[in-house]
Design a protein around this ligand. Sequence first.
Ligand SMILES: [Mn+2]
Length: 342
Amino acid sequence: MNINNLEKLKKWIQQSGKVVITSHRHPDGDAIGSMLGLYHFLRVTGANIHLIVPDDYPSFLKWLPGSDDVMIYEKHASTADKYIAGADLIFALDFNDFSRTEQMEKKLKKAKARKVMVDHHPEPDKEAFDLIYSWPEFSSTAEIIYTLCRSLESINTFNKSAATALYAGIVTDTGAFSYSVNRPELFETVARLIHLGIDAEKISRNIYDTYSESRLRLLGYSLSNRMKVFHEYATAYIYLTRKDMEYFNYQDGDTEGLVNYGLSIKGINFSVLMKENQGVVRLSMRSKESFSVNQFARNHFDGGGHEKAAGANSYLSLSDTIKKFESLLPQYKEQLTSIKEE
Ligand SMILES: [Mn+2]
């Protein structure tokens, strides 16, 4: 493919002695994978490279080669601020607006460095960057990093560490090759990564087979005892009390992905997880085509997000939140049940 401004990017990389690579708050597999992939690719240039993320990231990514070098801004703000202020070149990966870095936003915007965005989210903030590689059709930022860096191979070639990190980014951002996978180029990239000697099976095991026993039992309990299904409204919800979570020794991240199970029931288009917390019930919402959970969360709860994925808070008790939620369903009946599976 024809990539714009490659010569400029190459020159900037070669001219930069101090590089910062950063990503969004709550870094996920694609954030960390694309950062580390670029890191291993650029290392041979001899530049001083710092990897900085706003806050901590899941432990199932902490085995990735180079992950010990990722600095958590929250824990080392003053040192990180020095690196950001002193950088010649800043790479912003897997986000389209500096506000996604929250506590780092001001420092990144103020930094004198040249700023390069590499991302696959639509509608980037064009003002804040000097160079933008925004390719929304790509599965992941990791896939973009591969494609971009491959065109820069006069600087370096990929090694196994870079390939491992990029593969981890692709696997997690496609839900283990379930969505955003209709472009053949993706699989050409994956084939090249495997040619570099990575162990793709082991990467998946390291990412997915990481449940604690109590997390798996909480999942089973949630599905059998705490899920209600309303086929007439194409809706399912799961609720968890604080006692439930205490009983299963709940740890941060243990309900990650739980809300998606409702949508795996044939005919269900709207799925919600309600978790009782201190003084607040946290709702997580998912939908299929044409039902906006963003609007639903905004209109009825304190929340919002994307069309098909949103979060919200309710300051009612858990049982009142459930009552309110159930009472809202009839007015959306037509919208919820008009979505036909092909
Ligand atoms: Mn991504």
